[in-house]
Every structure is written in C-alpha cells, then in structure tokens.
Design a protein around this ligand. Structure first.
Ligand code: NDP
Length: 253
C-alpha cells in the first residue's frame, strides 16, 4: 500500500523500540518520512533504525525517557539539530500495569500516569511550536496520540490504565480547540488488542493469563495493522482530520 503526503515529512515517534511505535516508525520511513525514534532502550532503537536505513529510509535513534524532563529536552535538541523542525508527532510510548485497585499499587499508578499522560504532554509541549509553524507555512502538520479502547470500555483491574487513556482521549479532543484553528490536525487512535510487548510488564500472573486468553479467543491485531491506520490518517489532505479512530480485531466487541 502506498500513501500520499508522507514523503519528505519529518516525524517523531515515541515508543519506537517495539510494538505499535516501531511499526509506525518503519511504515512512515518506508513512505519517505525522516523518522526520529524515541524510547529508553538504545539498543532496540538502533536495531529499528538500522532496519529502516537498510531499506533505504532515514532514521535517527534518540534515547529518551518521556517521564524525565531533562531527557526529553535533550532529545528535542538532538532532533532539531539533526533534522530541523518536525511536522508529524506520534505519541505511542505507554505502559499498562493492571491490578485490583485495592492492591494499592501507587508505584504502578504513578508510572502509568507519568508515562501515558504527563509523558505525552511533555512531548506535545516539546514539539507544539514545530507543528504550528509547519502548518503556518502551509505544510501538513499532525499530532497523533495512541490512546485505547480502554478509554471507553471498563475491564476489571484496568481502572487506572483506562483512566490514563480516557485522559488522553479527552486531551486529544480538547487540544483540537487550540490546534485546529491553526491547521494542526489532532488525531486520537484507540486500538483494541494488539500484538506487542505491552503485556510483558504485567506482574499479576492471573491477569496476564486472562489477557493471553483474550488474545487466543479474539485474535490480536498486528502492530503493523495499527500503523496502517496512523499512516492513513496522516496521509489525508491537510483539511481532512479523522479526529478519532477506534480500531479493533473484528471479534472484539
Ligand atoms: P509496547 O510495550 O510494545 O510499546 C511501548 C513502547 O513505549 C516501548 O517501545 C517502550 O520502549 C516505550 N516506552 C515505555 N515507557 C517509556 C518511557 N518512559 N519513555 C520512553 N518510551 C517509553 O506496547 P504497544 O506497542 O502495544 O504500546 C504502544 C501504545 O499503544 C501504548 O500507549 C499502549 O497503551 C497503546 N495500546 C496498546 C494496545 C495493545 O493491545 N497492545 C491496545 C490499545 C492501546 P522502552 O521500554 O525502550 O522505553
């Protein structure tokens, strides 16, 4: 499949070390975008960047922790120096740590809020000026946030994760009032079950097993299938904004 409007763009993709972020970075690069890859694991980022370059694409691996202000600042400076301003930002970095609320896992709550909400905000703050000036110059400018079906549908023991994603879905909608008038598109993507490393951080064996069962029963999307949606929305003409897309495996209600 090929998409219009992606060649020559400069993208930042967070969470590009694995899963959806990795697939988005690869697809955007394959369509001719220059892509800065952000995550904490440098070796993984270098491997993804190497794959992109081997295929003739342009990629820059930038180690950054979205929960750390200094780290994001340094990453932003490095991207600006190497690529100049960006016009496509994809927030895919996220963590999902389910447990019953009464387990009182403040450590997990904090990590999810810091990564899935404050981390996204940090990235938005870092690149807003770039997006606004790209749009002012008549170029297409996109902010794409990867939220989740969990923003709308409650699952037992995923209350805090769902709350962070509901916050992100709301944030995307709300930011349209600030960015839309300046021709910066804001798109909120809400995937359902998707094959990735997301479940590997769950420390509750029973809940990890339940999730495996859901994947077996419903069949997860591949990360590439979600990336296809990101590339599709970013490749529409600049006046067209699919503001919210929920993408689910066909068997997931
Ligand atoms: P993965 O765990 O494979 O990807 C998450 C990515 O985020 C990793 O590359 C990880 O890299 C990065 N990351 C995590 N914490 C940080 C941090 N503090 N700073 C920078 N990068 C970080 O899972 P997915 O690909 O599934 O997740 C991508 C997004 O999709 C998430 O926001 C998730 O909530 C959402 N989502 C996923 C669904 C699914 O079923 N898989 C369904 C709905 C939404 P590193 O560890 O190297 O930092």
């Amino acid at each position: 499949m090929s998409y219009e409007n992606l060649a020559g763009r400069t993208a930042v993709v967070t969470g590009a070390a694995s899963g959806i972020g990795e697939a988005v970075a690869e697809l955007l690069a394959a369509q001719g975008a220059r892509v800065a890859l952000l995550a904490r694991r440098g070796e993984r980022l270098e491997a993804v960047a190497g794959k992109i370059r081997a295929g003739g694409g342009e990629a820059l691996a930038v180690v950054a922790d979205v929960t750390d202000e200094a780290s994001v600042r340094a990453a932003t400076a490095r991207i600006r120096t190497t690529y100049g301003p960006v016009d496509l930002v994809v927030n895919a970095a996220g963590v999902m740590l389910p447990n019953p609320v009464e387990a009182g896992r403040i450590d997990e709550w904090q990590r999810m809020i810091d990564t899935n909400v404050t981390g996204v905000l940090r990235i938005i703050r870092a690149f807003t000026e770039d997006l606004v000036s790209a749009a002012a110059e008549g170029r297409t400018a996109d902010l794409v946030n990867i939220s989740s079906v969990g923003a709308h549908t409650p699952y037992p023991h995923y209350a805090v994760y769902g709350a962070t994603k509901a916050a992100l879905t709301y944030l995307s909608q709300s930011l349209r009032t600030e960015f839309g008038p300046r021709d910066v598109r804001v798109t909120n993507i809400e995937p359902g079950l998707t094959e990735s490393e997301l479940a590997s951080h769950i420390d509750n064996a029973e809940l990890a097993g339940q999730l495996d069962g859901m994947f077996e029963e419903l069949g997860g999307l591949s990360a590439g299938e979600v990336a296809d949606v990101v590339a599709y929305v970013a490749s529409r003409p600049r006046r067209v904004n699919l503001r919210q897309v929920m993408v689910l495996p066909t068997r997931q209600a």
